[in-house]
Design a protein around this ligand. Structure first.
Ligand code: RUQ
Ligand code: CUA
Length: 635
């Protein structure tokens, strides 16, 4: 161990020395460029506060106040941005494949991807990313995201910022809305199956859409098992939970369960459906459920929209084709966004309590106001001063409005509840304010996730960046302060105060993430932290090696053409940020090994000859020299 320590020290010094020189050169370069492009005065102005006194330019070396977690849309990933700088800090591969980290290629990631990842070709569609809660605010444990494309839900560990579990949700198609329970803590993630399908979907009843249904699924946050599902009328779009741990509420834009656009557009009104968690859990515990096909998951029947609902569900009519559903941070209201209607519907949660207690007969009476905001309301977010901010897609605006005033106006008082309409650029989808999905909103920043950027950036071909605009909402007036281009296409984001996120600096050797690989090594009699050995087992060969910058533990290993080779690498460097990579030429293999981590890959060696491997993550002045040879004997 003392040897390792010494090596670590040496590495640290030489690495600092080498990087130091590079960094100095690039800073000098950046300084020159800034001088030419921006000019002294303007550069100076940018470091100042804006009109509301909030500092939005984060100087070099300064840290952001918030972690922003962005869904990556059909890139299939999740991204971490610093807010307010909008600097992209990291990408977390989830349903996609990633060349830099080896996600989708290492054995550790394949175990997580499961379900024949080849069937999905590394494709996914992450719309929503939400973090786990304790007591109504973020606890820094997990992020969850959906895969609309392949009906999956993924969990990301926030200590290591890696996806650690992915499940395919049974009995439904296309997970869209996804939210976590907020109180007392996130025991469940609630996943909306968006599209209606035959039950079971096994080739029967293909052409009888009247027998197509969908469900809400409750996923245990720790075990990632689907605990139960609720069969509903209509379909499920977006959802949110309350602050008492009692409900999940979803919008439905296809109450007719139509399969064509005209059919979907048929009814005058659609609805928001509230699911009563306690009633469902009691039914499941009492065995009052069915199952579908071979699937063992308990399914509770929550249909009954025509009567207003069932003991599990309450169907609240709202104007046709609602979209986003957002709970106010005081826990009093669900707000359903109209999309085709210029209004949002304010649903009083106390009236939902009354309904399930038998005290309110008509679910329509739970809607206490429908303020008109503008064309195409999609999503709503909140500050800490009683204001709501709604994205209106067709008008390309953020509409700031006051909730209490909207309720007074609904009672006939002459008040203007609209505070401001701010143009955004362009076609805004989601909208999110800092900490707005917790009981601790802080009303500082808001991000408008605009689908189009048109003329806002240099054109880069027919495909354009999206534009995530940063807006200061701390004062009376909203102020646009920054245009943030993003690669298509994040749908949603959350912004989490930085003190509630505690990422690890290096891996722990006993991390469950690579426990199976450790167990395999143990069975081979290998101590991963020190052994550099090749184990042959028939035509299966396991190559174990350590890395300490700038050396691979093995500078060569010999195998035979046709062998199934597993290369297992353990990075014994323990300096923060000192990654190595294992890149095997002409085999399409590359993955990262972070400090104190173990990572492995399995492939068939079908090309005789000498094949070099090299380190692909910059680690040392002798990084280029960090290499070795795989010698493959012809069969
Ligand atoms: S919802 S279209 Cu987040 Cu607006 Cu997926
Ligand atoms: Cu090790 Cu670069």
């Amino acid at each position: 161990m003392s040897d390792h320590k010494e090596d670590d020290n040496k590495t640290g010094i030489s690495r600092r020395g080498f990087l130091g020189a590079t960094a100095a050169a690039s800073v000098a370069g950046a300084g020159l460029a800034a001088g030419v492009l921006v000019g002294g005065k303007e550069a100076e102005a940018r470091t100042k506060t804006n009109a509301n006194g909030l500092k939005f330019h984060v100087d070099p070396g300064e840290l952001d106040d918030y972690y922003g977690f962005w869904s990556g849309g059909h890139s299939g990933e999740v991204r971490i941005l610093g807010v307010p700088s909008m600097r992209e800090l990291m990408r977390i591969p989830v349903f996609n494949r990633d060349s830099a980290t080896g996600w989708g290629q290492t054995n550790e990631s394949k175990r997580i991807l499961g379900d024949n990842p080849q069937d999905y070709m590394g494709a996914g569609d992450t719309h929503h990313v939400h973090a786990s809660y304790t007591n109504g605010t973020y606890d820094g444990r997990y992020l969850f995201t959906n895969d609309k494309l392949n009906t999956r839900v993924a969990r990301i560990r926030m200590d290591i910022m890696k996806t650690d579990k992915i499940i395919t949700v049974p009995n439904v198609t296309s997970i869209h809305g996804l939210r976590l329970q907020k109180y007392p803590k996130s025991n469940y993630a609630f996943a909306n199956g968006e599209m209606v399908i035959p039950q079971p979907n096994d080739g029967r009843d293909l052409e009888n859409p009247e027998n197509y249904w969908t469900m809400l699924s409750a996923i245990d946050v720790e075990s990632m098992e689907v605990k139960w599902q609720v069969l509903v009328d209509g379909n499920l779009d977006n959802n949110d939970t309350d602050y008492q741990g009692k409900y999940v509420c979803s919008t439905c834009y296809n109450s007719a369960r139509g399969v064509t656009l005209p059919e979907m557009m048929g009814p005058e009104r659609d609805w928001a459906v509230v699911i009563n968690l306690k009633a469902v859990e009691e039914a499941v515990a009492a065995g009052d459920f069915t199952t579908i096909g071979d699937c063992k998951v308990p399914v509770v029947d929550g249909r009954g929209a025509e009567q207003g609902g069932s003991k599990f569900t309450m169907y609240i009519p709202v104007p046709r084709s609602p979209h986003g559903l957002n709970t106010t941070p005081d826990g009093k209201y669900f707000i359903a966004n109209g999309k085709l209607s210029p209004t949002v519907s304010i649903i009083e949660i106390a009236k939902v309590d009354d309904y399930f207690a038998g005290k309110l007969k008509d679910p329509r009476d739970a809607v206490i106001a429908e303020p008109e905001l503008g064309l195409g309301p999609l999503h709503t977010t909140y500050d800490n001063r009683g204001n709501a901010y709604t994205s209106v897609f067709l008008d390309s605006q953020v509409v700031k409005w006051n909730i209490a005033d909207a309720l007074r106006a609904a009672k006939g008082e002459k008040v203007n509840y609209i505070r401001q309409k701010l143009d955004v650029h362009y076609q805004i989808g989601h909208i999110k304010a800092t900490m707005a999905e917790t009981k601790e909103p802080d009303g500082k920043w808001l991000v408008a996730l605009c689908k189009f950027s048109k003329d806002r950036f240099l054109p880069v071909g027919p495909l354009h960046a999206e534009n995530d605009q940063l807006i200061d909402i701390s004062g009376d007036e909203m102020k646009l302060v920054h245009d943030g281009p993003t690669f298509p296409e994040p749908h949603d984001c959350i912004m989490v105060r930085r003190d509630s996120v505690r990422p690890a600096r290096v891996w722990k050797r006993d991390d469950p993430y690579f426990a199976e690989t450790v167990a395999m090594a143990k069975a081979d009699g290998i101590t991963l932290e020190q052994d550099n050995k090749v184990i042959r087992d028939g035509n299966q060969v396991r190559v174990y090696m350590t890395t300490i910058a700038p050396n691979f533990g093995l500078t060569d290993f010999k195998i035979k053409q046709g062998d199934e080779v597993t290369v297992v690498i353990t990075n014994m460097d323990s300096i923060e940020d000192l990654h190595h990579g294992f890149a095997l030429t002409n085999h399409g293999i590359n993955f990262e090994i972070a400090p104190q981590a173990t990572a492995s890959v399995t492939f068939t060696a079908n090309k005789p000859g000498v094949h070099w491997y090299y380190c692909s993550w910059f680690c040392h002045a002798l990084h280029m020299e960090m290499s070795g040879r795989m010698l493959v004997e012809a069969a």
